[in-house]
Design a protein around this ligand. Structure first.
Ligand SMILES: Nc1ncnc2c1ncn2[C@@H]1O[C@H](COP(=O)(O)OP(=O)(O)O)[C@@H](O)[C@H]1O
Ligand SMILES: [Mg+2]
Length: 412
């Protein structure tokens, strides 16, 4: 929300225009130059739930935070430096560390000294013009949501199969449903298979808007608007599904949009379960990297084992996902199979968290009727195994392996 809508090109308020709304996230935009202020305003005002304050700096004035007491402090300062970056950054560094707020610096200065000073002043990002407005918007969204998530424990669990047909979608639906129904948590299930997904049938529901539309509007969405995209199941589970007929290539979706959407969902839900597509691309990698737990579902065959090994190597080595964040689930396990559980764990160099038995009858009944597996057979062996893995995921100790903070990811 822009509070000083009356701003015109030649009419910048000469003092801090304090946000009218006391709640929300406040961004201060100091103006050293008319054009840079206009550009920043046009980018920042698109973000839902934001209050903007502007401050025009007089000649010889370098510190936009000067004279703003604790209550007037914004949550974020976006400072577009001019050629006088040295006194501007020095003024910011002079603030006591305890009183520093997050800052995003925009500057075309390439000097290392400027970057070092910016970091010292509390910069969480350093952008060089011309920069992509999405880049700035996602940094702001990340900060807004990080502040929110710090107060709340949110777990994101991605479920991916080692090979098509392993049972990842059945697992995601059953897990999310049991979390919502048995733990009375606010749980969302996202169908990330943007080309072939259709999880709504597992719950006998019809898609309305779906993930693609939510992604397209991600920057404008707030928690209330997000509601409109979610399918509501009687268990309390909310599903963000793929609308049939929506066709888009994954590469046509900016991963920033997914990032923003996930962060918004993290504000609203306690658990987010994501049913991942088979292939890895920028979008799915972002979700995997953002996940607290990645569940890899495979079956008991050599070809599944080969693909699972390759996938685990990619997750660990290429995406840098810690071993503790990866849970392996062996579906349709048969203890008489020649390929033993021990061999599988040894080949994968990873423990199997749980095995799920073949349950053709109850699974068929569940899928054909659109009734979640737990509601069809709450005492079946497959559900008993699901309890075990669900508890491991809900375990609060898992929070420790959350992804690194914004600063580390930006500068790391
Ligand atoms: N343990 C199981 N017992 C019986 N049928 C299963 C089991 N796990 C999965 N299935 C069935 O196997 C098929 C493929 O499962 P699905 O979850 O769609 O796999 P994926 O998402 O990994 O491609 C579905 O028809 C599903 O209902
Ligand atoms: Mg699937």
């Amino acid at each position: 929300m822009l509070n000083n809508l009356s701003i015109r090109k030649d009419d910048v308020p000469s003092a801090i225009v304090q946000s009218a709304a006391s709640a929300g996230f406040t961004v201060m935009l100091p103006s050293t130059n008319r054009r840079s202020l206009d550009q920043l305003l046009s980018i920042v005002e698109c973000i839902a739930g934001i209050n903007i304050t502007t401050k025009q700096l007089k000649a010889g004035e370098f510190d936009p935070l000067l004279h703003s007491d604790a209550e007037q402090q914004p949550d974020l300062l976006i400072y577009w430096l001019d050629e006088r970056w040295q006194p501007e950054l020095t003024a910011l560094i002079e603030h006591p560390v305890s009183q520093r707020i997050p800052i995003i610096i925009v500057s075309d200065c390439h000097e290392q000294a400027a970057m070092r000073m910016a970091m010292k002043a509390g910069a969480i990002d350093y952008l060089r013009p011309p920069f992509d407005s999405l880049e700035l918007q996602s940094s702001i969204n990340e900060l807004m949501n990080d502040q929110n998530c710090n107060e709340k424990n949110v777990t994101i669990t991605s479920v991916i199969n080692a090979k098509g047909g392993s049972g990842a979608s059945l697992f995601s639906c059953t897990l999310a449903h049991m979390m919502a129904k048995l733990n009375e948590k606010k749980v969302a299930l996202i169908d990330m298979d943007i080309q072939f997904g259709s999880l709504c049938h597992y719950f006998n529901m019809d898609s309305k808007y779906g993930l693609i539309e939510a992604l397209q509007n991600a920057f404008e969405l707030d928690e209330v608007a997000l509601e409109g995209y979610m399918l509501k199941h009687e268990s309390g589970l909310d599903l963000l599904d793929i609308k049939p007929g929506d066709f888009i290539l994954p590469e046509d979706i900016h991963s920033e949009h997914m990032d923003v959407l996930l962060k918004l969902m993290a504000k609203k839900y306690e658990h987010i379960v994501v049913d991942m597509p088979r292939h890895l691309d920028a979008l799915s990698c972002l979700v995997l990297e953002s996940s607290d737990k990645v569940v890899v579902v495979l079956q008991q065959s050599i070809s599944h084992l080969r693909d699972a090994k390759r996938l685990l190597d990619i997750l660990r080595n290429d995406l840098g996902i810690d071993k503790e964040r990866i849970l392996v689930v062996l579906n349709r396990y048969d203890k008489n199979n020649d390929l033993s559980l021990k061999d599988i764990q040894k080949t994968l160099n990873h423990p199997v968290s749980t095995t799920l038995p073949n349950a053709y009858k109850v699974v068929s009944e569940s899928v054909n009727q659109g009734v979640p597996l737990y509601d069809v057979a709450s005492r079946s062996p497959i559900i008993k195994s699901m309890h075990k893995i669900s508890n491991q995921i809900i375990d609060p100790d898992g929070q420790e392996s959350r992804k690194k903070g914004l600063f580390n990811r930006l500068f790391g």
